[in-house]
Write a protein that binds this ligand. Structure first.
Ligand code: S3P
Length: 172
């Protein structure tokens, strides 16, 4: 079985994914980390040297690889993964794949990314809270149609334990 966590940047996919995997005794895979390890380059370097279109192509291929194994795994996707390359169709209506959207409010997302925009190529050019609020608001609005296709949606504005409990309640 695969539990796939999706959501905007900084919605807690990687952090909560690791915790969830530990609780369930599943393996854990972070798609960005998997890409970085296999490509021997950071996501930022890939964006800079090869561009976003190339990144989206390999992201699609690594997603396919990640879901092709037999193991029980919690997989955290990148914030954009569900929105490109028809990736959601690989994940929906599959008996062994459960998708979970971690929904976080715009102000909370902005607070979380405010001091770490540099490592995120999509928002690296944004500096102030106002710029980020405007960008994240519009960007999230474009992405919600993809995220909301997930089998479960969890309010991830809450405390870590509450979010994990909600994910488990919805899944099992
Ligand atoms: C992206 C999110 C990033 C990473 C890449 C693109 C996006 O992952 O995949 O920088 O388009 O939202 P995180 O959501 O883990 O930051």
């Amino acid at each position: 079985m695969k539990i796939i966590l999706i959501g905007y940047m900084a919605s807690g996919k990687s952090y909560l994914g690791q915790k969830l995997a530990k609780i369930l005794d599943f393996e854990f895979l972070d798609l960005d980390d998997f890409i970085e390890k296999e490509e021997k380059a950071t996501i930022k370097e890939i964006f800079l040297s090869k561009g976003e279109i190339y990144f989206r192509k390999i992201e699609h291929l690594y997603l396919k690889k990640a879901i092709a194994t037999n193991s029980n795994t919690v997989i955290s996707l990148g914030g954009g993964t569900p929105c490109y390359g028809n990736n959601m169709s690989l994940l929906l209506n599959k008996p062994n794949i459960k998708t979970v959207y971690l929904q976080v409010s715009i102000p909370n997302l902005v607070e979380r990314v405010l001091n770490e925009t540099a490592k995120r190529p999509i928002i690296a050019h944004l500096k102030t809270k106002e710029e980020l609020t405007e960008f994240v608001g519009k960007h999230l609005f474009e992405r919600i149609p993809f995220y909301s296709k997930a089998a479960c949606t969890v309010n991830a504005n809450k405390k870590e334990n509450e979010v994990i409990e909600s994910v488990l309640m919805q899944l099992f």
